[in-house]
Design a protein around this ligand. Structure first.
Ligand code: ARG
Length: 292
């Protein structure tokens, strides 16, 4: 009986493996990435064999998430699509750098991509509760978040930038922000930084666009937001400028999955590696930053 279970488990893994290789081969016309793909699958099989030898109950190393993705043929991407050039709405579509990465992840898995667009500060809970399968949202790796989610490899370097009204003679550096009214997007690293500035009044907005609006209207003195989105906001709000000085800690964006979903993390790392190695991420940054 035990043997039958073992054989069944191995068969299931094989079928899944073959279906992934099959799907990716279809959607992927780059010869060498097809090769990498096979290696990954072989690795997975090797782990599998080890696991079998030790414990027949743990025969399938597949996470619940991966099983669900395979069964529903869907993967759910959680984001806050108010953060150009990483994610923004165009009609009923979400486009941007992260949207292209998310599409590649779905393609690699051979499943459909479903987008859940929500408030930024709801993303971690949505991931933990199973409402979404991964977060791609210009999401900075940060110690407190690392306790709650599993981050993939990084794909983009960023830094917080300070925006002010053009011609502002008072705020020329981070030190000048003391005691000022600072707009941020709720729950972002910009929010954490502003909250540490002595005497500053932090005004939390649902998104950077609303913060920029209030900055334009003179309701707040400055906005702290990631550098690329800051540039985009300055472009669409001619009265606003981004200070050259960026004294804050360097940040890195990564994708986040649920703790324990190491199989999904591994697939995403493969996608990121391919996109970084081919220079695609940089190309996307140019593509979506210019234009609007
Ligand atoms: N990088 C910042 C953070 O992780 C801001 C990200 C905001 N992203 C978004 N899609 N609204 O906190």
């Amino acid at each position: 009986m035990k043997n039958i279970i073992k054989i069944l488990a191995v068969l299931m893994v094989l079928v899944f493996t073959l279906s992934i290789v099959g799907c990716s081969a279809e959607g992927n016309d780059k010869a060498n990435s097809g090769g990498q793909e096979e290696n990954v699958q072989n690795d997975a099989n090797a782990n599998q064999a080890e696991g079998d030898a030790q414990d027949s109950e743990d025969a399938s190393a597949e996470s619940e998430t991966m099983k669900k993705i395979r069964e529903t043929k869907k993967i759910i991407w959680g984001t806050n699509a108010e953060f150009p050039p990483f994610e923004m709405r165009e009609g009923d579509q979400v486009i941007g750098i992260d949207a292209e990465i998310a599409a590649k992840i779905a393609e690699k898995l051979g499943v459909e991509l479903v987008v859940e667009d929500m408030e930024f500060d709801a993303l971690i809970t949505a991931l933990q509760s199973g409402k979404i399968d991964f977060i791609a949202a210009g999401f900075t790796i940060e110690p407190d978040r690392e306790k709650q989610v599993l981050f993939t490899d990084t794909y983009f370097k960023a830094v917080q930038a300070i925006m002010v009204q053009e011609g502002n003679e008072e705020i020329k550096s981070a030190d000048d922000l003391e005691g000022k009214k600072i707009g941020v997007q709720n729950g972002t690293t910009g929010d954490f930084i502003a909250s540490d500035i002595p005497g500053a009044e932090v005004i939390r907005f649902n998104n950077g666009i609303e913060a920029a609006l209030d900055l334009n209207n003179g309701k707040i003195d400055a906005v702290i937001i990631d550098n690329l989105p800051a540039q985009m906001l300055a472009k669409s709000n001619p009265g606003l400028v981004v200070l050259d000085e960026k004294p804050f800690d360097a940040e890195e964006y990564a994708i986040a999955v649920r703790k324990g979903d190491t199989d999904l993390q591994q697939v995403i790392n493969e996608v990121l590696k391919e996109m970084k190695d081919s220079g695609e991420i940089d190309e996307l940054a140019n593509k979506y930053s210019i234009g609007e």
